[in-house]
Design a protein around this ligand. Structure first.
Ligand SMILES: [Zn+2]
Length: 467
């Protein structure tokens, strides 16, 4: 009872010393970061380059492999590779990847895992896409992830993905990224003639079935569809039916840019969640000395549609990789006990961006518990869904404070929205998981906004977490 009184008194002292809550006293991370500005700049230039090269999980996986291989990682092929200090990566169907530096201790003794998704909201092409309307060739699409449909009209879109043919060819598609490439556009109507549409609701400015970009306009004697298919066949050597076995997406053909006079922000498509997946990769690749606990990065697909499919976080890829490492170390094949122990002793950061306070729509956040750009990485507290255990949050707080990494918390305004990410799937495997992220503006839009210093601080935290 006495101890409690002391705690209460201390709390009152902390409040009254500055006349405000400790949270109100938090300052922008930029203040006092003068001597970090060079490092922040270098890190973010590389991050922007990565964003500019990556369109979907397919290109993210191939870019991740480039980063890993240039840091001395090798693809896992054989159990004999699993030795202390080994740098390995495991690829799942070119859409998910796990990279690991094997620790000096066994995996069953513990591991440090950072998991993030590397798919982003986009517009996918349907299996029978081509149709003609009013002399134009268009493509039928179906949007992927939670988008605000109106944002996708009247911006340059590029095509990206792959086509697999019956005769075993795999054709990579990337059209619209280079300055002299054609782009694709979903056409809106002029304000001169849209009177019948003006009462549409915010969420229905465009219907899902209206998100079809124009892909051709010059007809031949046989019509515009035949002519457009000729162009597609000339480019990729495919027939119309090959779209059935294709994964083609439209994503914004807009390069990442600095934003603001002071260049403190990055505006780019796909920062959810390549901000976290890049930081995790970079932090792992930058480890130069031996690690005690195996350090692992897991980049997963399909988070935006519920982590489905064998490349999403609900698949057994992660568990199987833990089994591969744990069994190789204990020389005990099919030793589920070892795998389960390794999972049980893993400490996991599930990293994903989170919504920030928007200066134009302040009322949509509960400001006491919402995150702000430039105020550090976010410890996410959901309250009513997946949430970390309090002792793990305390451990992460200590790690952050001991290393002077600015942080804040993030919770949604009650009953005004919500969202989650992949942490729950790893928690289900009895791993110890905390959700951490970075606040961004315009989340899930075609041009998301992050703060350079938050991205940098996330990278710093990941480095500390692995060590
Ligand atoms: Zn995300």
């Amino acid at each position: 009872m006495k101890a409690l009184v002391c705690i209460v008194l201390l709390f009152v002292v902390e409040l009254s010393a500055s006349g405000q809550s400790v949270w109100q006293g938090k300052r922008s991370s930029w203040l006092g970061a003068e001597n970090q500005k060079n490092d922040i700049g270098i890190y973010n230039e590389e991050y922007k380059k990565f964003l500019g090269n990556v369109t979907t999980e397919l290109t993210s996986t191939s870019e991740a492999i480039k980063i890993l291989e240039s840091a001395g990682f090798n693809e896992f092929k054989d159990d004999a590779q699993i030795q202390s200090g080994a740098k390995l990566y495991f690829v799942n169907r070119e859409r998910a990847i796990i990279a690991a530096i094997i620790g000096t201790k066994l995996l069953t003794a513990g591991s440090r895992l950072i998991a993030a998704h590397h798919d982003s909201p986009r517009i996918d092409v349907k299996a029978r896409p081509l149709y003609e309307s009013s002399g134009f060739a268009l493509m039928q699409t179906i949007y992927y992830g939670g988008i605000k449909k109106y944002q996708w009209a009247n911006i340059p879109l590029m095509m990206t993905g792959r086509i697999d043919t019956k005769d075993g060819r795999r054709i990579d598609v990337s059209l619209g990224a280079k300055p002299d490439d054609p782009v694709f556009v979903i056409a809106d109507v002029a304000p001169h003639s849209d009177a019948p549409l003006r009462d549409r609701k915010y969420t229905g400015v465009f219907d899902g079935e209206e998100l079809d970009p124009i892909v051709g306009s010059i007809p031949s004697e046989k019509g515009v569809l035949t002519e457009t298919m000729h162009h597609i066949a000339a480019l990729y050597g495919i027939s119309e039916e090959d779209f059935v076995s294709a994964e083609i997406s439209f994503v914004p053909a807009i390069p990442p840019r600095d934003a603001g006079f002071d260049r403190g922000l990055i505006a780019a498509y796909g920062q959810d969640d390549r901000l976290c997946s890049f930081a995790a990769l970079r932090a792992l690749a930058d480890i130069k000395s031996a690690v005690e606990l195996t350090a692992i990065v897991y980049l997963t697909d399909n988070e935006e549609t519920g982590s489905v499919n064998n490349t999403g976080a609900q698949s057994s890829f992660l568990t199987n990789t833990y089994a591969t490492i744990a069994e190789a170390q204990t020389s005990a094949k099919f030793n589920e006990n070892a795998t389960r122990r390794a999972l049980r002793n893993a400490l996991v950061v599930s990293a994903d961006v989170n919504d920030a306070i928007n200066p134009l729509f302040m009322g949509l956040s509960e400001p006491t518990n919402a995150a702000r750009l430039g105020y550090g990485i976010s410890i996410k507290r959901y309250g009513r869904s997946f949430d970390a255990n309090s002792e793990i949050i305390a451990k992460i707080r200590k790690m952050l404070d001991d290393n002077r990494i600015p942080w804040q918390t993030a919770s949604y305004k009650v009953e005004s929205g919500g969202g989650g990410t992949i942490g729950g799937f790893m928690s289900r495997e009895n791993m110890e998981v905390i959700d951490v992220g970075v606040p961004i503006l315009s989340m899930h839009s075609t041009y998301e906004i992050s703060s350079k210093i938050d991205a940098w601080n996330l990278y710093r935290f990941f480095g500390v977490f692995f060590r």
